[in-house]
Write a protein that binds this ligand. Structure first.
Ligand code: FAD
Length: 522
C-alpha cells in the first residue's frame, strides 16, 4: 500500500476460475478441485446452488439412469441428509424421492458440503463481475466487486469456466453468441422462431411463422410454499404497485376450461388434481419434504402474465437487472396475493390458495422469497458445434466427442404475452414435447467458443433456442459442468487449450467418475 491510499484491488490467482455457482458451476469447480487444481468460484448472490437451491426442488429429469456423476452424488447426499435427520422410514425420506426432491435449504447445504470439502476451492459470494481482461483471444483475469463492501478483487486464472445462466463471462470476453430465437430456416428446425403449438395434439396452429426474433422464454421465480400453518409466513398485503388487472386473464382461462387437467396425467409433472378447474392451477404445485412444495408458475393458461417481462435483462446493467428481478418478484407475490384474496375468485379456490404460504424457515435473509430469478434462457454461445432440434429428434443420437447425455423433452416457456387472437396457447410455448424428443449425446464442442481460447461454457452453451429448451435442466448442466471442470484439468495437464483437449481421455475420466457419457446400447 502507498500514501496514495488503499490498493485499487486485491489480486488473487487460481488455476481455474469459475463464474457462477450454479449447479453446473459447482460441478465444474468440484470436478477440477478433486483433480488437484486450485479453483476460485465467483457468485453474484450470497448463496450458492442457483435454481436448485432457490425453489426448484423437483429435479427436472425424466430418465434417472442417464445422468450420473456429480448430479447423482448430489441426490445421494440429499437422501443421506433426510435419512440422517428423520430416519429411513420417515415420510420426509419418502417425499425426497431418493434425493431427487428437496427443500431449498437442504439443497444449498448439500452444495455447501460438496464445495466446502475441497480445500482447493475458494468462493466469492455476493460479487458481481466488473470487467474482463483478455490477451491473444484468451481471458487473463476478471475483476469482481463485492456488492456489499464495494471492494474490488482482480482474479487471474489459467482456465476460465462461464457457468452463469446468462453467459456473463463470455460476452465481455468477446465470444460470439446468439440472443433470441433462430428462424425455422436457420437450422431447418420445425419448432424454431415464432410458433403456436398445440402441445396436447402435436399440431402447429395459425399464427406460426417460424420467424426469428429477439424474444426469450418467460422468466419467473420458482416458489417454495408450505402447507404447514406453524411454518407459514403469511402475506399481510399485496406487493408494491400491485395491479389485479395483471391477473384477471385467468378468469377467462377458467371459463374457457383452460385450467382443467391435462389429457394425459404423467407423474412428477407438478399436477395436483384438487387444483384442476380452479384458479390455483395458475400454479403447478409439487410436494417436497416437510410439508413444502416446489411451485412452478403454470405456463399453460393464457392469463400467465410473465412473458416479455424479461426484456432487456440479459444485456442490462446491474441496476436494470435488479429492477427486472424486482418486477418479477412483485408479479409473483402479486399472483399469490390475488389467488388468496381477490373477492372475485371462487371461495373454494381461495380456500385452497390460502393453504400455501411462504415458509418461515426458507430464504430467511430474503423475505422468505427465492434469491435466484429463473433465467430459463439467456445468451447462447456460438461454439464449435451447435446442437439443434434435429440432434434431439430425428438425427443421430451419437457424437464421437460425447461427454454427457441429454434426456429432457423440448420444453420452452411462452415468449409473448397473450395476443388478441390467442385462444389456445401462448406464442412460443412448447410444453414437454416428449413424443418428439429422444435421449441424445451432447458433444464436448458445444462448450467451446469458436473465438476464445481458454474458456469453457457448460451452461449457456452452443445450441439453438429449441435445443436449449432441453439442455437447460440442472441435472444436465451438472453433467456438462463436471465435463467442463475435468476438461480444464486436462487442458492444464497437457498444456493445450480446451479446444485441443484429448476427448477420449476426457471421456475415460468422466466414465471413471460415474458420469454417463454416451447412450447405453440396447
Ligand atoms: C409479502 C412480502 C412482500 C415483499 N415485497 C418485497 C418487495 O417488494 N421488495 C423487496 O425488496 N423485498 C420485499 N420483501 C422482502 C423483505 O423486504 C425482505 O425482508 C428484504 O428484502 C430482505 O432484505 P435482505 O437484505 O435480507 O435481502 P435483499 O436485499 O433482497 O438481498 C438479497 C440477497 O442479497 C444479499 N444482499 C443484501 N444486500 C446486499 C448487498 N448490498 N450486496 C450483496 N448482497 C446483498 C442478502 O443477504 C440476500 O441474500 C417482501 C416480503 C414479503 C413477505
Amino acid at each position: 500500500m502507498t500514501d496514495a491510499g488503499p490498493a485499487p484491488f486485491t489480486p488473487q490467482q487460481a488455476d481455474i476460475v469459475v463464474l457462477g455457482a450454479t449447479p453446473g458451476g459447482i460441478a465444474a469447480a468440484v470436478a477440477a478441485a478433486r483433480l488437484g487444481h486450485s479453483v476460485l468460484l465467483v457468485e453474484y448472490h450470497r448463496h450458492i446452488g442457483g435454481m436448485a437451491a432457490s425453489g426448484l426442488g423437483k429435479s427436472d429429469i425424466e430418465h434417472r439412469e442417464l445422468i450420473g456423476g456429480l448430479f447423482h452424488e448430489f441426490t445421494e447426499r440429499v437422501l443421506a441428509a433426510y435419512v440422517a435427520r428423520y430416519g429411513a422410514d420417515s415420510d420426509n425420506v419418502r417425499l425426497c424421492d431418493d434425493g431427487y426432491y428437496y427443500e431449498p435449504s437442504v439443497a444449498e447445504a448439500v452444495f455447501e458440503g460438496m464445495v466446502g470439502e475441497q480445500a482447493g476451492i475458494g468462493v466469492h459470494r455476493g460479487a458481481r463481475l466488473a470487467d474482463v481482461t483478455c490477451s491473444n483471444a484468451s481471458v487473463t483475469a476478471i475483476r469482481i466487486i463485492d456488492r456489499r463492501s464495494g471492494r474490488a478483487t482482480m482474479i487471474h486464472g489459467c482456465q476460465f469456466v462461464d457457468a452463469t445462466y446468462e453467459g456473463d463471462l463470455y460476452a465481455p470476453a468477446g465470444a460470439a453468441f446468439r440472443l433470441g430465437r433462430e428462424a425455422r430456416d436457420d437450422f431447418d428446425e420445425p419448432h424454431a422462431g415464432v410458433v403456436y403449438y398445440d402441445y396436447q395434439d402435436g399440431r402447429f396452429l395459425p399464427g406460426t411463422t417460424g420467424a426469428a426474433d429477439d424474444r426469450l422464454p418467460a422468466y419467473t421465480y420458482r416458489l417454495c410454499l408450505t402447507s404447514d400453518p406453524d411454518n407459514a409466513y403469511r402475506l399481510t398485503g399485496p406487493p408494491p404497485g400491485y395491479d389485479r388487472g395483471e391477473y384477471v386473464g385467468y378468469f377467462d382461462d377458467l371459463v374457457a376450461g383452460r385450467l382443467s387437467g391435462p389429457k394425459t396425467l404423467k407423474p412428477g409433472r407438478g399436477y395436483n388434481p384438487a387444483h384442476f378447474d380452479t384458479l390455483v392451477r395458475a400454479l403447478s404445485v409439487t410436494e417436497i419434504p416437510n410439508r413444502k412444495t416446489d411451485v412452478n408458475i403454470n405456463p399453460r393458461p393464457l392469463g400467465f402474465p410473465f412473458p416479455e417481462e424479461n426484456r432487456g435483462y440479459i444485456e442490462g446493467d446491474d441496476a436494470t437487472r435488479q429492477r427486472i428481478r424486482q418486477r418479477h418478484r412483485d408479479l409473483t407475490l402479486g399472483l399469490l396475493w390475488f389467488l388468496q384474496n381477490d373477492e372475485h375468485i371462487p371461495a373454494e379456490d381461495r380456500r385452497i390458495a390460502n393453504g400455501y404460504h411462504l415458509p418461515r424457515d426458507e430464504f430467511t435473509d430474503n423475505g422468505r422469497f427465492p434469491f435466484q430469478l429463473y433465467v430459463r434462457e439467456g445468451r447462447r454461445l456460438v461454439g464449435e458445434y451447435t446442437l439443434t432440434e434435429h440432434d434431439l429428434t430425428t438425427g443421430s443420437r451419437r457424437h464421437e466427442d460425447a461427454i454427457a447425455v441429454g434426456e429432457f423433452p423440448i420444453d420452452s416457456f411462452p415468449c409473448r404475452k397473450r395476443q388478441p387472437t390467442d385462444t389456445q396457447v401462448l406464442e412460443g410455448y412448447l410444453g414437454m414435447l416428449d413424443e418428439l424428443t429422444h435421449p441424445y449425446e451432447i458433444p464436448y464442442r458445444i462448450m467451446i467458443p469458436v473465438n476464445v481460447e481458454n474458456l469453457i461454457v457448460p451452461v449457456a452453451a452452443s445450441t439453438t433456442h429449441v435445443a436449449y429448451s432441453s439442455i437447460r435442466m440442472e441435472p444436465t448442466w451438472m453433467a456438462l459442468g463436471q465435463a467442463a471442470g475435468t476438461a480444464a484439468y486436462l487442458a492444464l495437464r497437457h498444456g493445450v487449450t480446451p479446444r485441443h483437449v484429448p476427448v477420449d481421455e476426457l471421456q475415460r475420466l468422466l466414465a471413471a467418475q460415474r458420469q454417463i457419457v454416451s447412450i447405453p446400447d440396447g
